[in-house]
Design a protein around this ligand. Structure first.
Ligand code: SF4
Ligand code: SF4
Length: 506
């Protein structure tokens, strides 16, 4: 079956942002050398933290499992070079409000010695999809577009729906970020191989490789490889460069004209979206047996000497990566992990590169939007919102902490893209307010769920005690009845036994 053709759907709202991509795409991807130390957070994915399976002082090899998943939603962590575990302790990590997280620290020995793999290569086409998904999980594969949702679990969920389309997301719509563009230019074959593996795992025959039309080199390279592999199930699709067309729901709408329902997932309308970097990581694991231990990331901004894309081991300190890009310029003022719209500002370059790090942006300016003024009800925020929300209404309800209204007006569908902030003439930090409000609603929901679980436990305990009491009473009644027939000494014996039992129970 060949991929169908569709007219492009329409993306509501969105913005045309300045690209700033050419700065980091002038030279090929550079490899960052093995650092002196690797710092590997045990949580680099959505879900529960992985549990360390190595101890301090233990020697580890490249590709060795060092933390295994715990819970239903998790992903393992692997050593990204050889060396000795010198600590398992809290370390500064990339978080919006700063802070630390448990990390496994490896002192590298510089040998970069890898785990010896004795398993014979297996053709993925001969593997049953559930086995392939289990293998994805073992490789620590998570979505590399930024969401870091474990790929195996995402596919498992999707397989419970009627999926007919795989969308490979090569749309990198946020300014400055160019790692997917460079990956598609240099590793188009691996991206397409990953797409074929994903299609086998999903048992589907339609894949769209979606790229913005302003990436001619990536399009040419992907087109060449598609011609070589001659797989007409995969079609290249060009979309206009509008932020945030790379959002999952927006991409589905744009490419297939299907609308993801409020609170729903692309799988509800038959689509599964995977980032092109994830597809290449799947190829590396399934074909070459290399788990997810490195990624391509963009180092850019006027605060670094030589903006570039690099391939670095997970756990490499950001400071080492910036050094490879020539170090800081005199103008460097702000360090952002991620892009300017959705990234997180950090105060130290001692944080490690993690699976989610698609960009390291060093900028000279700390954007100052001006003083916040009252809302003038201009409606500009609503006209750019890609989810068709009414940000000004949501803002009022967020200020009033009105959870019911916030939910009613779709706050939980907000993708925190930041478009409303950019156009607001009153400089209201709408996205930050929505992020806080969403966090509060989730906390409340968690509290309610915890309270409901505690109530259920309490009721179950009461039911059990009540049942035991009734059983005891009927047992006593039966014994009394038979003792009546046997005489007074038997009654005395039964009462004595009851008293002893009561004392033990108490
Ligand atoms: S853009 Fe700003 S001022 Fe205009 S309606 Fe929205 S919140 Fe109010
Ligand atoms: S941040 Fe939320 S409310 Fe604002 S434009 Fe984006 S999706 Fe809409």
């Amino acid at each position: 079956m060949s991929a169908p053709t569709y007219d492009l759907g329409t993306l509501h709202g969105g913005l045309r942002l300045p690209g700033h991509k050419s700065e980091s795409t002038r030279q090929p991807i550079l490899d960052v050398p093995v650092p002196g130390q690797l710092v590997l957070p045990i949580t680099q994915h959505v879900g529960d933290p992985a549990q360390p399976v190595v101890g301090i002082g233990e020697r580890v090899l490249k590709g060795q499992l060092i933390a295994e998943p715990d819970g239903t939603l998790g992903a393992p962590v692997h050593a990204s070079s050889s060396g000795t575990v010198i600590a398992i302790e809290p370390w500064p990590v990339t978080r919006r409000n700063g802070g630390t997280a448990p990390c496994i620290v490896i002192e590298c020995d510089g040998k970069d010695e890898a785990v010896h793999n004795t398993e014979p290569p297996v053709d993925f086409r001969t593997m049953a999809p559930p086995d392939l998904l289990r293998k994805f999980l073992q490789g620590g594969i998570v979505g590399l577009g930024g969401a870091v949702f474990p790929t195996a679990q995402k596919l498992m969920q999707a397989r419970t729906c009627e999926i007919d389309h795989l969308l490979l997301n090569g749309v990198e719509c946020e300014s400055y970020i160019s790692c997917d563009d460079m990956l598609m230019r240099e590793r188009a074959g691996e991206v397409i191989s990953g797409a074929q593996i994903l299609m086998h795992a999903l048992q589907i025959d339609v894949c769209f490789l979606v790229v913005e039309s302003d990436k001619p080199e990536a399009i040419r390279r992907l087109g060449d490889v598609l011609g070589e592999v001659n797989d007409d199930r995969i079609a290249l699709k060009q979309v206009p460069t509008i932020y945030p067309s790379g959002g999952e729901d927006q991409l589905v709408q744009l490419v297939t004209n299907r609308e993801v329902p409020s609170g729903g997932l692309p799988s509800d309308v038959g689509c599964l979206v995977q980032n092109v970097g994830t597809a290449a990581a799947i190829h590396d694991w399934i074909i070459n047996n290399q788990p997810l231990i490195s990624r391509v990331t963009t180092v850019t901004g006027d605060g670094v000497v030589s903006p570039v894309n690099v391939r670095a081991r997970i756990g490499t300190p950001i400071a080492d990566i910036i050094e490879l890009a020539g170090g800081y310029t005199e103008r460097a003022q702000q360090l952002i992990i991620g892009g300017p719209m959705t990234g997180k500002s950090v105060t130290t370059d001692n944080v490690p590169l993690v699976k989610a790090t698609n960009c390291i942006l060093v900028s000279s300016e700390t954007p100052s939007p001006g003083p916040e003024l009252p809302c003038i009800r201009c409606g500009d925020c609503a006209s750019v919102c890609p989810v068709q929300l009414l940000p000004q209404q949501l803002f009022w309800y967020a200020c009033a902490d009105d959870e019911k209204k916030m939910r009613e007006f779709g706050l939980m569908d907000c993708i925190e893209c930041g478009c409303c902030d950019l156009v607001c003439p009153s400089h209201i930090p709408l996205t930050a307010d929505f992020r806080v409000a969403k966090g509060r609603i989730r906390e409340l929901a968690d509290e309610k769920a915890r309270a409901a679980r505690a109530r259920l436990r309490f009721e179950a305990r009461n039911d059990r005690l009540e049942r035991e009491k009734t059983d005891r009473e009927s047992e006593l009644a039966e014994q009394k009845a038979s003792a009546k027939k046997a005489g007074p000494s038997a009654i005395a014996e039964i009462l004595k036994r009851q008293q002893e039992k009561k004392e033990v129970d108490d």
